[in-house]
Design a protein around this ligand. Structure first.
Ligand code: ATP
Length: 320
């Protein structure tokens, strides 16, 4: 668990981070969002002591970070940055094995861990192990950065705009891969991004910062349902907020049982989102969908009326 309690950071006269408190439970994914210069990266770097905090307490697994040796602390925490930070004159395998080597793992253990991680990140060791960073695409280099951060199996992963420099398609692919990886590895993650959609997609806990302070934090759905002020609302997409909320809500959680009428022709898997359901209704000129399970067997139905009613309920308005 990571806990920040009344933490501030001053650079000379400037307060970069101003009295913030937040807690990331073990295995949870926390995203820090906010406009440029609001203190996101400083917050992240205080956690691994790349920057020392000026005030307050930062506690990792019950112990104040001041009690750890900074170098040992950083070896326990994975860190991924936007431009990978790979050593250009080292090949991929050597880059990934960096921390295990520093921790004095045996050569055989390092080698098998590197191969395991490269397999996990979709970079076969035979093909990529001997390449140098300049021979990789942006997406491949970023995967190597993630593999390197995971090499010594840290409990905590800090990620600073890791996909910020990638094109939208590669970025989305890496987000999906990270979500899958997280579902499997359950790291405690703090992730900095400018991209609210990326944060909404990945985070269990969303923290919105402005001018060094936290303006709101909570689950993505809670923030979408009741943004604290117009700033948070505009970051969350203003008028698009309804669709973003629908994107986080699954069809199977809102379907009703099959009615007595003929089932609708359009079929949607229950695992799809209400946003995808709305899109399908628009495409098929239909206000009703048949919900199917993984074997394409009908298990319920979803109507436009139902989606709108549920949205009213989620926003705290009574049902009609
Ligand atoms: N080493 C430093 N010395 C002086 N001021 C700094 C230093 N590092 C950061 N700052 C200042 O602290 C404030 C917060 O910076 P920080 O990098 O944490 O913001 P950010 O939210 O991560 O921004 P961005 O999204 O643009 O990366 C900024 O005003 C920045 O100029």
């Amino acid at each position: 668990m990571i806990e920040l309690s009344h933490v501030s950071k001053r650079f000379g006269d400037e307060t970069a981070v101003d009295d913030i408190s937040l807690r990331v439970a073990k295995g949870k994914f926390c995203a820090l969002v906010g406009t440029s210069g609001c203190g996101k990266s400083t917050t992240l770097r205080m956690i691994n002591r790349l920057i020392e905090h000026s005030e307050g307490d930062i506690i990792l697994d019950g112990q104040a970070i001041d009690a750890y040796d900074p170098v040992k602390l950083r070896r326990r925490i994975g860190y991924v940055i936007q431009h990978t930070g790979l050593f250009p004159h080292w090949n991929v395998a050597r880059n990934i094995g960096l921390v295990p080597r520093l921790l004095k793992w045996s050569a055989t253990d390092v080698q098998s861990r590197v191969a395991e991680l490269m397999h996990l990140l979709g970079l076969p060791v035979d093909e990529f192990g001997h390449k140098y960073p300049h021979q990789l695409s942006g997406g491949q280099a970023q995967r190597v950065g993630v593999a390197r951060a995971l090499a010594a199996d840290p409990d905590i992963l800090l990620m600073d705009e890791p996909f910020g420099a990638l094109d939208p398609i590669t970025r989305e692919k890496l987000q999906d891969e990270l979500a899958k990886l997280q579902a499997r590895l359950h790291k405690t993650v703090v992730f900095v991004t400018h991209d609210m959609d990326e944060a909404l997609k990945l985070a269990d806990h969303l923290v919105v910062m402005r001018e060094g302070r936290i303006v709101q934090q909570g689950s993505p759905l809670a923030l979408l349902q009741s943004p604290a002020d117009p700033f948070v609302e505009s970051l969350l997409g203003g008028l698009e907020r309804g669709l973003k909320q629908a994107a986080l809500t699954r069809v199977k959680d809102h379907m009703t049982s099959m009615g007595p009428t003929l089932p609708a022709q359009s079929r949607i898997p229950g695992t799809f989102s209400l946003r995808q359901a709305l899109s399908m209704m628009l495409r098929d000129h239909s206000d009703r969908l048949t919900v199917v399970d993984q074997h394409d067997v009908p298990v319920g139905e979803l109507s436009l009326r139902r989606i709108i009613k549920e949205a009213q309920l989620d926003n705290g308005n009574p049902r009609e």
